[in-house]
Design a protein around this ligand. Structure first.
Ligand SMILES: Nc1ncnc2c1ncn2[C@@H]1O[C@H](COP(=O)(O)OP(=O)(O)OP(=O)(O)O)[C@@H](O)[C@H]1O
Ligand SMILES: [Mg+2]
Length: 1020
């Protein structure tokens, strides 16, 4: 760990924010933290320790106490520490528990301790801080694992705190073991120790397991040992041989007995066959009479079968005759019905024929209606012609109306125009007079306007006259004032001249004015006198007023003259205009406009009179034309009237020829249709009746013919039937059937006959076979005695049982032998393994015991290794201590147990060259023990450094201690430290000893003030 920067805020003596940037040291790796007692030197180390572990260098100075009392409540205590470790750069931020003002409201609250750990450039952006851990516990854990130290270890090896540096020197073997283990990472040796222990345990377990397996095998084999097992197997093999022999014999016996039994069984079967065949034959013989009866029955059935054809012919003929008889009856009934039908059809035809008069009447009506239809069409034409003529007449009348109205309109207009023309002529006649009136009013207006102008002129002249009048009176006043003033100034001046003269009067000398030599009352100065200048100014003022007055007077005179002229002019024009002068200009202007309008009107009337005259002429022409047209249309009306009347007469005449209810075409057409329908239905009915009568006649004739035919056929069939019956009965007799009943009794169906024939022949075959079988069996069994089968079977069973017993025995023996062989083999294998495992355990067990400290020195393997390392450390430390103590002291490790029950091997003692004896480090003086502790720390750092896998100790702080050294020793110690610098290790020495200041050029100077301390690097 190498410090880079520490920033403390409100921490211990540092009130504000104090930055200590170790980069400022430049190349110096040895530096002094310098300052008077209580300046804040130790606090710098405290800050580093606190940042890393949340604890300071000395107990009792916990984070909470370190909040500076110099600062206000508003400031937050915080320590930031940046350091390098290997290739990484880290930063810790830490806040102790502290009181903070509430964000809202009054009072304070306790802000709990907090911490965060960062690493620089973990991601690709090199300058970024990545959070590694946050929260006090997480940060503490992470820092411990990064640095490899606990806080206590850090204080023993990296910061040697004020007054506590002897700790490592005088630590117990046990404590030293812990710290050496941490520093050297000797877990590997612990692992070897552990591995040895584990291997031994494993080997022991293996031996136990194999012994157990052996026991289990013997238990399963039910033997004490392998020998017993082997003897048993041998015995069983002998037994097996004997059993195998006996088994062969038993098998032969079983075979022989089986053969005898088989033979006896065959004889038994032959005897049994003879008995069975006999029984079967006898049984068939007993059925013989039944068979004979059946044969007879069969014979009769065969004969009856030959007559079946004849019988069937008779039966079918009989059926035929019955059918014909039925047909004749039916036909007879049909003939009757047909005749009835014919009669009624004839009747119907007759009544239809009787309807002829009605049909004739309808036919005539139809003809009449058709004629009527034609007439109606003519009537319709006449009506149309009448309507058309009427329409022509109406149209002509309308036109006549229109033209007559037009004539009237033209007349009216003509009268109006005439009147208008007369009026226009009248107005036009006044044009001259009206013009004159207009001109007069025009002139009046102009003069009246001139008068207005003169009046305005007059009023403005009057105004200037008044102004001039006022100015004149003002000028008059000014002149009076100026004149008065001048008089006053002049008086004063004269009085002043008197005083001047009076002042020059000398008693006895004549007065220049009065020449009196006596001066009883000379003029006295009263107030201030005006001088010559004032008199001149007053005079100038008076003259100016005079000029102003003259000017105003001139002005007044001129405007007075102007006023008079204007007044005269107005008066003259007023007299001239008389009443008009009093008239308003607007009214005069209205008059002019009116007069001008009247004049223009007269001019227009004269123009209108001309155009009206020509309009009048046009109207007269139009009137003539319209009248002509009217007389033409009147004539057309008359013609149309005549034509219409003719058409009406035609129509009336035609109407008379048609009955009023039938004057419409649709009515007649409907009537025609109804008559046609009626006629058609009558005709159709007649036609149908005729057809029906003809058909009924035909049907009756057909029925008669049919009946005749059927009757003939029936007679023929009856004759044939009788012949066939005679033949059938005579054949019955011939075949031995006395009557029909016996024939029917014997007759059987063909299948039945076939079945009977088969049964008879089957029976005969069976009888024959049974007889033969019996003969054969009898011959086979002839002379054979019946055997004793149960006895023979029992003998066989006995032989078979014996064989089975022997077979079972054999299998048992074989299985036993196989099992024994298997056990023997397994036992052999286990024994082999057991031997090997026991040999292995012998070695491993011993090794593990020795490594775990079960040896004469009570030294474990790990401690042995640590001891060796400590030897190196003691050697390196002694090198330095020897120099610093001028060759007197060395550090040594002692192997003897210093404490009766404690762990041995890691105790340190001091070798004193003066006495040649070793003694405890506790016996050293204050200064000596500082030197020894420093040497030990430095030696430790050296050895750890050179030991691969150990922690790098690249920084060391020593807090005080140099104060206890005499100048000479201090020199030696310093030499050692300066040497150390060359190794690149950062060494910080805290001291207020002035000699050090001279020897160490790089310093962190700390100055205390009443308001807190400040620190800064001085590098000279
Ligand atoms: N919380 C605090 N607020 C203000 N001052 C404090 C606080 N805690 C300690 N101090 C004071 O800060 C000063 C610095 O203490 P520090 O231990 O750093 O001194 P030092 O420079 O190491 O002195 P010495 O040479 O005697 O060891 C002391 O005067 C101490 O009493
Ligand atoms: Mg101190």
């Amino acid at each position: 760990m190498k410090p880079i920067k520490i920033i403390v805020t409100a921490f211990g003596p540092y009130a504000g924010t104090q930055v200590v940037d170790f980069n400022e040291l430049g190349g110096h790796s040895l530096f002094l933290v310098h300052g008077p007692t209580g300046a804040g030197k130790t606090t710098v180390l405290d800050a580093i320790c606190f940042a890393l572990y949340g604890e300071t260098t000395s107990t009792g100075r916990d984070g909470k106490n370190m909040r500076s009392h110099h600062c206000s409540l508003g400031e937050e205590t915080k320590v930031v520490f940046e350091f390098a470790l290997g290739d990484g750069v880290y930063k810790v931020e830490r806040w102790p528990e502290q009181e903070r003002p509430r964000q809202r409201g009054q009072g304070t609250r306790v802000q709990p301790a907090a911490a965060a750990l960062y690493q620089k450039g973990v991601s690709c952006q090199d300058e970024e801080w990545a959070v590694l851990a946050s929260g006090v516990n997480a940060v503490n854990e992470k820092v411990e694992s990064l640095l490899g130290f606990t806080a206590a270890e850090f204080r023993q090896v990296v910061v040697l705190p004020q007054g506590e540096f002897r700790k490592l020197l005088t630590a117990s073997s046990r404590e030293r073991q812990d710290i050496l283990e941490t520093l050297f990472h000797i877990d590997e040796y612990s692992r070897i120790e552990e591995a040895l222990r584990e291997s031994a345990a494993e080997a022991k377990k293996q031996v136990e397991k194999l012994s157990q397996q052996r026991g289990l095998i013997l238990q399963a084999a039910e033997a004490q040992d392998a020998q017993e097992l082997e003897a048993r197997r041998h015995r069983h093999e002998m037994e097996l041989k004997e059993v195998a022999e006996a088994l062969g014999k038993a098998a032969e016996e079983v075979k022989r007995r089986q053969l005898v039994l088989n033979e006896a069984q065959k004889v038994e079967e032959k005897i049994k066959e003879k008995e069975e065949a006999e029984t079967a034959w006898i049984q068939l013989e007993s059925q013989r009479p039944q068979m004979e009866a059946a044969k007879r029955e069969l014979e009769q059935a065969r004969r009856a079968a030959a007559l079946v054809d004849l019988e069937e012919a008779v039966l079918s003929r009989r059926k035929e005759a019955a059918r014909l008889k039925q047909a004749v009856e039916n036909s007879d009934r049909e003939l009757k019905t047909a005749r009835e039908k014919k009669q009624s059809a004839d009747q119907a035809l007759k009544s239809r024929l009787e309807q002829e008069p009605e049909r004739e009447e309808l036919r005539q009506k139809l003809g009449w209606l058709r004629d009527l239809l034609e007439k109606i069409e003519l009537l319709q034409n006449a009506r149309q012609a009448e309507n058309q003529a009427f329409a022509v007449l109406k149209k002509a009348e309308v036109r006549l109306d229109k033209i007559q109205k037009k004539v009237a309109d033209i007349e009216t207009r003509r009268e109006e125009v005439m009147k208008a023309r007369l009026a226009a002529l009248e107005v036009a006649a006044e044009a001259g007079t009206r013009e004159k009136q207009y001109r007069d009013w025009e002139e009046n207006l102009q003069r009246r306007q001139r008068l207005e102008e003169l009046r305005q002129e007059l009023s403005s002249v009057q105004e200037s006259y008044q102004t001039a009048e006022l100015a004149l009176s003002q000028a008059q006043e000014g002149l009076n004032r100026a004149r008065g003033r001048y008089k006053e100034v002049q008086d004063s001046w004269v009085r002043a001249q008197a005083v001047v003269l009076a002042n020059q009067l000398v008693p006895g000398r004549p007065c220049p004015v009065c020449g009196s030599v006596e001066h009883p009352a000379p003029a006295q100065a009263a107030g201030e006198f005006q001088g010559e200048d004032a008199l001149r100014a007053a005079e100038r003022e008076w003259q100016r007023a005079e000029t102003g007055f003259q000017r105003a007077l001139k002005e007044f005179n001129s405007s007075s003259a102007q006023k008079n002229t204007a007044e005269n002019r107005v008066r003259d024009l007023e007299a001239e205009l008389g009443n008009v002068a009093k008239t308003d200009i607007q009214r005069l202007q209205a008059r002019v406009v009116e007069a001008r309008r009247l004049w223009q009107e007269a001019l227009k009337a004269s123009r209108d009179a001309g155009s009206l005259a020509s309009e009048l002429r046009e109207l007269e022409r139009q009137a003539g034309q319209a009248k002509e047209e009217a007389s033409r249309i009147e004539k057309a009306v008359k013609d149309a009237q005549a034509k219409w009347e003719t058409a009406r007469a035609v129509r009336e005449e035609r109407e008379a020829g048609v009955p009023p209810e039938l004057r419409e075409k649709p009515v007649i057409e409907a009537e025609i249709r109804s008559v046609q329908t009626r006629l058609k239905s009558l005709n159709d009915a007649l036609e149908n009746a005729r057809k029906d009568a003809e058909e009924a006649g035909r049907d009756a004739a057909r029925a008669e013919a049919m009946l005749q035919g059927l009757t003939n056929e029936l007679e023929r069939t009856d004759t044939r039937l009788r012949e066939e019956e005679t033949r059938f009965y005579s054949r019955l007799q011939e075949n031995g059937f006395p009557d029909l009943h016996s024939y029917h009794h014997a007759r059987k169906a063909l299948e039945e006959i076939a079945e009977m024939e088969q049964a008879v022949s089957q029976f005969e075959r069976a009888l024959h076979t049974a007889k033969e079988r019996y003969e054969r069996a009898r011959r086979a069994a002839e002379g054979l005695p019946p055997p004793d089968l149960p006895a023979l079977a029992a003998e066989l069973e006995i032989a078979r049982n014996r064989w089975e017993q022997l077979e079972t025995k054999k299998i048992e023996l074989e299985n036993g032998i196989r099992a024994d062989q298997k056990w023997l083999k397994a036992l052999l294998k286990v024994d082999e393994k057991l031997e090997k495992a026991e040999a292995e355990y012998g070695v491993l067990g011993r090794l593990a015991d020795v490594a775990s400290g079960k040896n004469s020195l009570g030294l474990s393997f790990r401690r042995f290794v640590l001891g060796a390392l400590l030897d190196d450390v003691a050697l390196a430390a002694s090198e330095r201590l020897k120099v610093m103590s001028r060759g007197r002291y060395q550090l040594r490790r002692t192997v003897e147990r210093t404490r009766a029950r404690g762990a041995a091997g890691l105790d340190l003692v001091i070798f004193d060259a003066y006495t040649g004896l070793e003694r405890s480090a506790a016996t050293l003086s204050g200064g000596e023990s500082f030197l020894a502790a420093l040497s030990l720390a430095l030696g430790l750092a050296d050895v750890v450094e050179s030991y691969a896998g150990g922690i790098r100790l690249d920084t060391i702080f020593v807090d005080e201690g140099f104060g206890s050294l005499d100048p000479e020793t201090l020199d030696l110690a310093m030499d050692a430290l300066i040497d150390l610098q060359l190794s690149g290790r950062l060494v910080g020495i805290i001291s207020h000893v002035p000699e050090l200041k001279e020897r160490i050029p790089a310093r962190l100077e700390i100055r205390p003030t009443e308001k807190g301390s400040t620190a800064r690097f001085v590098v000279g």
